[in-house]
Design a protein around this ligand. Structure first.
Ligand code: GLV
Length: 308
């Protein structure tokens, strides 16, 4: 990637060229003689890895926005700064979330799969009937950058916007999205046709969507998760999908990635993508640029701009 070339020019950098996460031993080895570690979301930055950094490690400059794979408390306790890449992947991730909304509601993937199997018999009045988006209600859980970018796309498709967030958006933002705020998530659940998870994974949002909340959803509603698998109780979601108490789900994230629960693979009413919300050349380059900016700031003795 061009950004790796740039990093090699700027810093005394060592790369994991395999494109796959390192295990704990590999990470501990990598930090043992580094000032800065640049992990991706697949690298588990445990207390053990952090302590292997000794007194030298000063910055964990995450290549990505979610930081739930980093033991923040251990980093803080050792005075290590953690940064991420906010903003860089907003639009692409919102594109992917909107794609999942469209794909699950309109059954596009099912249509293509049928055609590829050679089973298409021609246009038919009742074949592959999906659900219209126009006039339906989208509920966004976590109305940050990505949630808002999704809301903009959804409005263009005729959906009304509802949201639940830790805090209410400033009035002009809420107005520009024509969005209705629900202080209580439980109150929003029965009112919406599509629920999109766009909040970060934290101890507070772990299993935010569990069996009881799923049971509050309409029977023909869809759930979209492009944030983190742990926010939804995956077993409860699978049970709801198997029983048909919700109509379907679109997922880009899973519990225990890259493992995908075999029960999900068997279900017809789910669209499954391999955590690829930010997977474009432009966005991965922009993420790398943010990492470089954060490292450069530290090297200059300044506060890195994307400190978490
Ligand atoms: C992607 O999921 C990220 O956190 O950057």
């Amino acid at each position: 990637m061009p950004v790796e070339v740039r990093m090699a020019e700027l810093f005394d950098a060592e790369f994991n060229l395999s494109d796959h996460p390192l295990d704990e031993k590999g990470l501990a080895g990598a930090v043992s003689d580094s000032d800065v570690l640049v992990p991706t979301l697949g690298d588990r930055i445990s207390a053990k890895v952090i302590s292997a950094g000794g007194n030298r490690l000063r910055l964990i400059a995450n290549f990505g926005v979610g930081i739930d794979h980093i033991d923040l408390e251990s980093a803080r306790a050792r005075g290590i700064i953690v940064t991420n890449t906010p903003g860089a992947l907003t639009e692409d991730t919102a594109d992917l979330a909107m794609t999942l909304v469209l794909s699950i509601a309109r059954r596009f993937s099912e249509g293509e799969a049928m055609l590829r199997r050679g089973e298409w018999k021609g246009w038919a009045p009742t074949d592959l009937l999906g659900r219209s988006l126009t006039g339906k209600a989208l509920g966004v859980v976590g109305m940050g950058r990505i949630g808002q970018a999704l809301a903009r796309r959804a409005r263009a498709c005729g959906l009304s916007i509802h949201y639940h967030n830790r805090g209410r958006l400033p009035e002009p933002v809420e107005k520009s999205l024509d969005a209705r705020y629900w202080p209580k998530l439980d109150d929003m659940m029965p009112k919406i046709d599509i629920l999109s998870i766009n909040c970060p994974a934290t101890p507070e949002t772990h299993h935010l969507i569990e069996e009881r909340r799923l049971s509050l959803m309409k029977g023909d509603a869809f759930l979209i998760n492009t944030a983190r698998g742990d926010i939804v109780d995956q077993d409860a979601l699978i049970a709801a999908l198997e029983r048909g108490t919700i109509a379907g789900a679109g997922m880009d994230v899973y519990v225990g990635e890259p493992h995908v629960d075999a029960r999900l693979l068997k279900l017809g009413n789910v669209r499954l993508l391999p955590h690829m919300g930010s997977a474009t050349l432009e966005t991965r380059t922009a993420m790398g640029e943010k990492v470089i900016t954060n490292i450069t700031a530290l090297a200059r003795g300044e506060d890195p701009p994307d400190r978490c």
